[in-house]
Design a binder for this molecule. Structure first.
Ligand SMILES: [Zn+2]
Length: 267
């Protein structure tokens, strides 16, 4: 369902099937094809990580010309590792697109049923989760780090899709983008215990003396299935950002690095 394609200068993991059959673009960028240098080489899409703002703007324009939606339409949440999912409409077009200050405050997820209103989340190890309801054409983009997964940010997104737009979970498709997988996500025992208590023992894949290896993907699948999303409707890129140098990785790069994007919009 998810394949890597070159859209021009950039490489994007996307679903041509979903685009052709439902008119929905889902995409996950990597770090290739931009103009940023050093730790941000090269397609850094975040204004908040210390990169030159003019380079971020150029990168956003490069991506825009490849995917056909420009930053004056993008909607980007502030992302605070929280729990809030904001419903947005056309009045939000461009918020967070051309600068960081106008991003949707206090939110880690966005939902809408508006056409041509592209929702973005920016990540480097956290899971970009994209959701799409086949019948109401409601879409969502969610930033899910380990804190957000524990707090149930994806559950909250599905709940808001039901409440605000009348979505039925069995009609929702979910796409989990490149993120730090259990091969590399080492968390302290105490945090891992929270995963065991709040979600399931099975999300802890290995245990060492001082830490545990945790699968955010398994945790999200369990959470989404409990909400009524079908297992067969959940798709993953299968890529670990920490293992793959084509992606920014907060953990591998020692905390100073760029951000790639998860993108969804109805055409
Ligand atoms: Zn890995």
């Amino acid at each position: 369902m998810l394949v890597s394609v070159s859209k021009g200068k950039t490489w994007i993991i996307t679903s041509p099937y979903i685009y052709d059959n439902y008119g929905i673009f889902v995409g996950f960028t990597n770090r290739l094809g931009g103009v940023s240098n050093g730790k941000f080489e090269s397609l850094n899409l975040s204004y908040r990580v210390g990169d030159l703002p003019e380079n971020v703007t150029r990168n956003r324009m490069i991506l825009s010309s490849d995917i056909g939606v420009y930053p004056d339409r993008w909607v980007v949440p502030e992302q605070i590792h929280g729990f809030r999912v904001s419903a947005v409409s056309y009045s939000a077009a461009g918020k967070g697109g051309m600068n960081d200050k106008s991003a949707i405050p206090g939110s880690d997820g966005l939902i809408t049923n508006c056409n041509k209103l592209p929702l973005f989340v920016l990540v480097a190890d956290c899971v970009p989760v994209l959701l799409f309801d086949l019948y109401t054409r409601t879409i969502a983009a969610v930033h899910a780090g380990w804190r957000g997964v524990l707090r149930g940010i994806a559950v909250e997104a599905v709940r808001r899709m039901k409440e605000n737009y009348g979505c039925t979970p069995s009609n929702i498709l979910a796409f989990l983008g490149p993120h730090i997988k259990s091969c590399c996500l080492q968390l302290e025992h105490e945090i891992a215990r929270n995963f065991e208590n709040e979600i399931d023992r099975s999300v802890i894949e290995d245990t060492k003396e001082n830490s545990c290896f945790v699968s955010l993907e398994k945790a999200l699948v369990i959470q989404l299935e409990l909400q009524g999303v079908k297992r067969d409707n959940i798709y993953s890129s299968g890529i670990c950002t920490c293992c793959n140098n084509e992606y920014f990785s907060y953990r591998r790069d020692g905390g100073i690095t760029g951000r790639q994007a998860g993108i969804i919009f109805s055409i």
